[in-house]
Design a protein. Structure first.
Length: 627
């Protein structure tokens, strides 16, 4: 059975931590200050087994208003909530704020516990129950199970465990596909093991040995070990509370609010386009108001840029752009919360629709686009289709999935169904026929211009073409896209328009003959090419192209860059070496140098060329004939 994560919520001193201890047998107040003061300051974690045998984790959050920012960091990891209301006090300010936070951050399931039930009589308990139900009317907890519990005596705990078990069966699974994302809520060091981060794995899977990245910052690390419910595991799955022991990163480099993922996770951004709902009891929100921003376990200070003129009235919803004072690793569809700058109280929240983009207020079609995104909860495969249709280069499926906020297989299926969309054989890179055709025209124009400027070359070097028409592309993507162009041919390192060949015309014919004759005249004692080209009146670039083509045709032999001998001279040298080796057996380089009548400067490259052509075989300092 899939594990489930519960979280507590409620006012300070309403018994959340005592309830957590009664359910799990674990004291979630781990800090010395928490234990000495008797209040929860930061998140606490525990685990237990439900009656059905299902494993459950519990996040215990602080109730004090000063520590609501810590409480918010724990909410994103909850599948369902246990809202705790003390029977002797009833609903209090932090009860209401916690309920607002839960609703704004998308928690949709839970149970309500009337704690400290031993301190009141039956009539009072009935009255508090009625008051609580009135307070919850219209919220996601309307109609939720409401149970009276005494954590000290255990009264009501069996019924609570049964209720939690039924609730756990209703919780939908978290997405197992796509990139892993673990918002970090705790960082510490274990002697002998190094840095450990914990959090709720909200999507994907993590494996021991896997290379990971911490964002913001793009800090690389590797997973040395994983634990779920204090037990080592080789693989952690979405929906589990996970502790990851990391190598390659120091404790000081990591903090709450970072996200552990892989390279496919989009970069952290400081601009977020959102749908924002303002709570009814908040004050009207004005354009460019400064607020505290929370998403996942991250927080920042933000300015709210409303797209509509005028302030946002309490209880209303609007589209806005949040400009943050620090980058956060958020995705489309993630929930967020805003709190007033001072005094710090929760005033609203919503869903992130886009990251890393800026819109003008009067941008054409903006409202319609954002309404469509909002209707899809920020997750829409049509976004991937739009991205591919407008892309000047093939796009990576994982990046498209992140952009759409959906699993890669779902995005691939949508793209596959679109007419005119194409992909590489592995299904990683996606583009459109129209964009490929436009790029193909650019490629052919670039090739024609190059061929016109260099008629003695069999095309354009592949790397030079890539720099011109595909800067920053992966080599494999460029090769795939190039292979789809019917008007383009490739041969080794050369790319050319279909049907193009080296053009021997005009002065090139005369220069070819003059260069061949001059090099043959050197015999086996070549001179530098450039001075020869100058004497013959051949432009340097053209002369080097001529030498390359003559080498390819076999008219010249290049011994080393800038030094050539003629084919006839080289053939004569081969015959001399064959005869000497046939008559005398293996000979040293010095002996063969005497046979050739050249100094060591040219004997070595001549003999190495014969080795390359499998005429001779080198054995230490001696050479013999190959059969």
């Amino acid at each position: 059975m899939r594990p489930v994560i519960f979280g507590t919520a409620g006012h300070i001193d309403h018994g959340k931590t005592e309830l957590a201890r009664a359910l799990t047998g674990i004291n979630t107040d781990r800090l010395p200050e928490e234990q000495s003061r008797g209040i929860t300051i930061d998140l606490g974690f525990a685990h237990f087994i439900l009656p059905s045998g299902r494993r459950a984790a519990l996040i215990d959050v602080p109730g004090h208003e000063r520590f609501v920012r810590n409480m918010v960091a724990g909410v994103h990891g909850m599948d369902a909530v246990i809202l705790v209301v003390a029977a002797d006090e009833g609903v209090m300010p932090q009860t209401r704020e916690h309920l607002d936070i839960l609703q704004l951050l998308g928690v949709r399931r839970g149970v309500v516990v009337l704690s400290k039930a031993d301190l009141v009589d039956a009539d009072w308990l009935a009255m508090v129950e009625e008051t609580v139900r009135e307070e919850l009317a219209g919220s996601f907890l309307e109609g939720a199970p409401l149970l009276a519990v005494d954590s000290l005596s255990g009264r009501g705990l069996p019924a609570l465990r049964e209720a939690l078990d039924r609730l756990a069966a209703e919780v939908p699974p978290r997405p197992q596909g796509g990139h892993p994302r673990l918002p970090v809520d705790r960082v510490f060091t274990v002697r002998g093991f190094g840095t450990v981060v914990t959090g709720t794995l909200v999507s994907g899977t993590l494996r021991v040995g896997q290379a990971v990245t911490l964002s913001p910052g793009g800090i690389p690390a590797r997973i040395r070990g994983l634990e779920v419910h204090n037990r080592p595991v080789p693989v952690a799955e979405a929906g589990q509370r996970v502790a990851a022991n990391l190598t390659g990163v120091e404790r000081e480099q990591v903090s709450r609010g970072m996200v552990l993922g892989t390279d496919g996770i989009p970069a952290a951004e400081t601009r977020l386009v959102v749908q924002l709902h303002l709570l009814p009891r908040a004050e009207a929100l004005r354009h460019q108001t400064r607020v505290h921003f929370h998403t996942g376990t991250a927080e920042a200070v933000a300015r709210v840029h409303l797209y509509e003129p005028g302030p946002l009235p309490p209880g209303d919803t609007a589209f806005a752009e949040l400009v943050l004072d620090r980058a956060v690793a958020a995705l489309r569809g993630d929930r967020f919360l805003i709190r007033s700058y001072s005094p710090v109280v929760t005033i609203g929240g919503g869903v992130i629709l886009e990251t890393g983009v800026h819109h003008r207020r009067k941008e054409s079609g903006l409202r319609e686009r954002l309404e469509r995104l909002a209707a899809a909860g920020g997750r829409d495969a049509a976004l991937a289709v739009e991205a591919v249709a407008g892309a000047s280069r093939p796009l990576d499926l994982e990046g498209l999935a992140a952009q759409a906020g959906l699993p890669a297989p779902e995005v691939a299926a949508r793209l596959e169904a679109e007419a005119g969309v194409l992909h590489d054989p592995g299904g990683r890179w996606w583009w459109t026929d129209a964009r490929l055709a436009a790029w193909g025209r650019e490629v052919e124009e670039t090739l024609r211009a190059y061929q016109e400027a260099h008629p003695l070359r069999p095309g354009m070097p592949r790397e030079a073409l890539a720099r011109a028409v595909a800067p920053g592309w992966e080599v494999g993507v460029f090769a795939w896209a190039l292979g789809l162009l019917p008007g383009v041919e490739t041969e080794r390192e050369w790319v050319r328009t279909a049907g193009f060949g080296v053009r021997w015309e005009g002065e090139a014919v005369r220069w070819r003959q003059a260069l061949t004759e001059a090099v043959e005249a050197w015999g086996l004692k070549p001179e530098p090419l450039d001075p020869l080209l100058e004497r013959l009146g051949i432009p340097a670039e053209t002369g080097h192209d001529l030498a390359d083509r003559l080498t390819e045709s076999g008219a010249l032999v290049r011994l080393e860059p800038g030094y050539y001998v003629g084919a006839a001279a080289f053939t004569g040298a081969v015959e001399q070496v064959r005869a000497a080796l046939a008559a005398r057996g293996e000979l040293t380089t010095s002996e063969l140098r005497e046979v050739l009548g050249v100094n060591r400067r040219w004997a070595v490259p001549l003999l190495e060329m014969m080795d390359q052509r499998r005429i001779t075989r080198r054995l230490g300092d001696r050479r013999g004939l190959l059969p």
